[in-house]
Design a protein around this ligand. Structure first.
Ligand SMILES: [Fe+2]
Length: 287
């Protein structure tokens, strides 16, 4: 049915194992949106998604992603980007973890309009190369044994057994590697009047974009109405995942909530919200 929906993401039950904890909540041919609350580090196996690039947003928890490229320590607010085919194993520091995961069936990349012809992030981008954390501390694990890699192909998991450690790598080069970008390093683009959603764009694929709505000064012209305008998204569905901030004071919105605004019907601020924020000097942190 064509209607707005909301889901209470933190009602997803925690599970011990990382793969078993992953619950797909919204899916289409372009991406799967998955929530997970794993309690334990991955034990006795490694994982490789051969179908999709993975974006893992750390809402709660911390730990390290071990990959054949090196290690990626992570904490709250990190977007971990894992290109398809990356073999990885995650260790968590404790059992309290909440992850928002997007599996993308086309490559996840920096927005094209922020890239120079030569592949450098340009000055008007909301982040730059210094904000990208590549894998570190490559350890060459020259070991023999039985190493199981759970490989996902066409939605099925297969157990591949290697006779040598999958991280028996002495080095690597190229521009395809896992990395982390923290939402705390996203430098918001602001304006005197309400800025359109593309200013929040953080990643893109051939099929969808990922945006970060972060705390910022906004709509600061004296006559600006500091609230989003009603709009009709006719080209794409919109999904919002609520992490932290002023929405806590709004009714019906909780941490970890997902709202779905399907293409085809208009949406905008809650009734009365525009009137509430249009008093000069009284600003709210709207999406
Ligand atoms: Fe919208």
């Amino acid at each position: 049915m064509l209607q707005h929906r909301s889901f209470e993401g933190f009602k997803i039950k925690p599970a011990k194992d990382f793969l078993q904890s992953r619950v797909p909540v919204l899916v289409n041919n372009d991406c799967h949106i998955v929530l997970a609350a794993p309690q334990q580090s991955m034990q006795n196996y490694y994982y490789k998604n051969t179908d999709a690039d993975e974006l893992i947003f750390i809402h709660e928890g911390s730990g390290t992603v071990h990959t054949q490229y090196g290690e990626l320590p992570f904490s709250f607010g990190d977007y971990i980007i894992l290109p398809r085919g990356t073999i990885y194993q995650i260790s968590f520091n404790d059992e309290h973890n909440r992850l928002f995961i997007v599996e993308s069936f086309t490559p996840l990349r920096y927005p094209k309009r922020y890239m120079s012809r030569l592949g450098q992030l340009m000055e008007h981008a909301p982040y730059c190369e210094r904000d990208i954390r590549p894998p570190q501390d490559l350890k060459t694990l020259d070991e023999k044994g039985d190493f199981m890699i759970k490989a996902k192909k066409k939605g099925m998991l297969y157990g591949l057994h290697y006779g040598t450690h999958p991280f028996d790598v002495v080095g690597w080069d190229g521009c395809c590697y896992p990395y982390i970008f923290s939402i705390h390093d996203f430098e918001p683009i602001t304006g005197r009047v309400h800025q359109p959603p593309p200013v929040h764009q953080t990643f893109e694929t051939n099929a969808f974009v990922v945006c970060s709505f972060v705390p910022r000064l906004f709509d600061y012209h004296p006559l600006a109405v500091p609230a989003p305008y009603n709009h009709s998204n006719i080209d794409s569905d919109e999904v919002i995942y609520y992490v932290d901030g002023d929405f806590m004071s709004r009714k019906h919105v909780t941490r970890g909530m997902i709202t779905l605004h399907p293409a085809g019907i208009p949406h905008g601020p809650h009734p009365g919200a525009v009137e509430k924020v249009s008093v000069p000097g009284k600003q709210k942190n709207w999406q």
